[in-house]
Design a protein around this ligand. Structure first.
Ligand SMILES: [Zn+2]
Ligand SMILES: [Zn+2]
Length: 197
């Protein structure tokens, strides 16, 4: 009966706790408190290396699940990269802007309203986001590519960053397809681009 009872120095594990059995000590009701600052009450780490290995693996899993690269968590020093491998600064890739539809060089005059809305939402929670803002050469290209592009307006997730180990989930952007005219500061709904979410 007493053969496999764990030492009381072992950290508390509810599965092993057998408080109904005879227990000669009667002065320590409740789980023992760990003095280890790394012990969050859920994980039982045997060492700093164990803690590091297991939390790194957990963060990598969360990054992959949110569509990120576990080997390059975005931070101020290593910003997320856009479609063409260039660093993103507040969602805008460094260097020449290219149309999200046809990839031709373009200005930042026309931007997809839904993608911008999602960017704004995400930027509240994610300081170094992987979300790239979508600029377009014009309304005709947007309409041509809308069916494919609009899939991007669905629910999205942000992987953990170096500052924040959590991943975040975001709602889809609503409304008909539209372009934001950054020169006239005006939203232009594009015909034949119905809301998909
Ligand atoms: Zn285009
Ligand atoms: Zn968009």
């Amino acid at each position: 009966m007493s053969s496999s009872k764990p030492s009381r120095r072992v950290q508390f594990d509810p599965a092993l706790d057998d408080s109904s059995a005879d227990d000669s000590s009667d002065d320590d009701a409740g789980p023992p408190r760990s003095s280890d600052p790394l012990d969050d009450g859920k994980g039982h780490y045997e060492s700093w290396e164990d803690f590091w290995r297991r939390t790194s693996a957990l963060n990598a899993k969360k990054a992959r699940e949110a569509g990120g690269d576990p080997n390059s968590e975005p931070s101020a020093a290593t910003p997320a990269l856009g479609r063409h491998g260039r660093p993103l600064d507040r969602g805008v890739p460094e260097g020449p802007i290219r149309c999200f539809g046809c990839d031709a060089p373009c200005s930042t005059k026309w931007e997809c309203c839904q993608c911008l809305e999602i960017f704004k939402r995400r930027s509240v929670d994610v300081p170094f986001d992987t979300w790239e803002r979508a600029f377009w050469c014009g309304a005709a290209c947007y309409r041509d590519k809308y069916a494919e592009h609009a899939k991007r307006h669905g629910p999205s997730a942000a992987p953990p960053t170096r500052l924040d180990g959590r991943s975040h989930a975001f709602e889809p952007a609503e409304g008909d397809g539209a372009l934001w005219d950054s020169e006239r500061l005006k939203r232009e709904t594009v015909p034949d681009c119905p809301a998909m979410f």
